[in-house]
Design a binder for this molecule. Structure first.
Ligand SMILES: N[C@@H](CCC(=O)N[C@@H](CS)C(=O)NCC(=O)O)C(=O)O
Length: 216
């Protein structure tokens, strides 16, 4: 078995997969850095693995899968005995899946929409309407937090994905603790986790520095 993860640590979806690997103790994943700014992801060899040219991409021998959510679920269901991150109970799993789709369809795309004009169009400021969308993602997240964690009483894959996206979103749209008290407490709890300290925070700082450099 050869597992290879094509990644860049600044990327929130990559960091969600790295946190999954860390939290579930998945061994022997070879890490291969992809420099998106230099176009590594648009080269022929990369497009053969992932025609959508996104990072992360996972290679498991001759099997290739992309989209961080699909990768994390694949790794957990194939290579981990961890039963809490992605439990088999259909209802618990359904709630986690709903949260994963929310990250995939709302939280991360909203962040990507804010930062892409900086990276690819040379813009030097954020559009207010894009920032407002990030804030509306916080509003929903605050409502999801009826219990301690994003999908209920346990820390799950849902927390990992929200954490990766929200930790970077706060660099462009801070979270007001009075307006979002539950989200603030949740984020503070997450900051104590090993998977956050080891992989999410260092990558978030690289992300933050890139944004600051582009803003000038
Ligand atoms: N839904 C995808 C989004 C991945 C994504 O958009 N990654 C960005 C980097 S943060 C990327 O690959 N950008 C380059 C491109 O799309 O060509 C996932 O969760 O993996």
């Amino acid at each position: 078995m050869v597992l290879k993860l094509y990644k860049s640590d600044a990327s929130p979806p990559v960091r969600a997969v790295l946190m999954t690997i860390e939290a579930a103790n998945i061994p022997n994943v070879e890490m291969i850095d992809v420099n998106v700014l230099e176009g590594d992801h648009l080269k022929e060899e990369y497009l053969k693995m992932n025609p959508q040219h996104t990072i992360p991409t996972l290679q498991d021998d001759d099997f290739y899968i992309w989209d961080s959510h699909a990768i994390a679920v694949y790794l957990l269901t194939k290579y981990s005995n961890n039963t809490t991150l992605y439990p088999s109970d259909p209802k618990q799993r359904a709630i986690i899946n709903q949260r994963l789709h929310f990250d995939s369809g709302i939280l991360f795309p909203n962040l990507r929409a804010v930062i892409e004009p900086l990276f690819y169009k040379g813009e030097k400021s954020f559009k207010q309407e894009s920032l407002d969308k990030i804030k509306s993602g916080y509003e929903f997240s605050e409502k999801f937090l009826t219990k301690r964690w994003i999908a209920g009483d346990e820390f799950t894959l849902a927390d990992i994905f929200f954490l990766a996206s929200i930790r970077s979103s706060i660099e462009v749209q801070p979270i007001d603790s009075e307006e979002f008290p539950k989200l603030t407490d949740w984020l503070n709890r997450c900051k104590e986790l090993d998977c956050h300290k080891k992989v999410n925070e260092p990558g978030s700082i690289i992300f933050r520095n890139s944004i600051r450099r582009l803003l000038g």
